[in-house]
Design a protein around this ligand. Sequence first.
Ligand SMILES: [Zn+2]
Length: 272
Amino acid sequence: MRYFDAHCHLQFDAYDLDRDALIARMAEKEVGGIVVGVDRDSSIKAVALAKKHPHLFASAGIHPNDTPDERFDEAAFRELAADGKTVAIGECGLDFFRHADADDAEKARQKGLFERHIALAAETGKPLIIHARPSKGTMDAYEDALDLLRSAKREYGDRLTGDFHFFVGDTGTARKIFELDFTVSYTAVLTFTHDYDEVVRAAPLDRLLAETDAPYVAPVSRRGQRNDPLAVMDVVEAMARIRGEELDAVRRAVLDNAKRLFDLSGSPVAVP
Ligand SMILES: [Zn+2]
């Protein structure tokens, strides 16, 4: 494999007409990736897809506020997490953006749900894929997530790790995430905004992952259209440009980071 998309949703309906062709093109281009669940149904689909394709992996979890009525089915998620192709727990976390007036009950609900995922990650030894989105002009969701993770590390031990997906935080927040031994990942937003250049430049190269969050956020070359995991190549290219580093060195580094975090050794995702 040459590239690895650390976060995509290939199981979504958006791919119903051409999913197999797209997955075949990923194999052709040597792009692997993690199909991320946002609730129980999509997690089941993610695991099924990963089991069918050597270059795909799965993550099982409930998005903090996409399905606000869904309760965490412990037995179902434990079974999904135990699958050999499930390499992470999530996406899970805290989203206060859509709850700007964030009432405490909603925050408490999200935190309780996040804690169930953290416990499962600790139990299975698999990393977390974290969705954290602060309310406008603040870092609140990151601060609260970091508090929960710090106390989880005290409870479960230092092995607990994971990735903050679609990172929109500042340099100071990134530093706190790295101190806790977590990574951050970026999407193709890097191809059309300079908002994150400072953090991308400041981050140690071994703390960065590339992802697409497809079908969302297509790169500038096809903005507004459906995205797909092949765009991870655009993300890595943007990272290299922003950091002023050799494309191939950045490509290998972020691939290696994914391999290490998600424990992909022994899988077909080898760093050439
Ligand atoms: Zn996602």
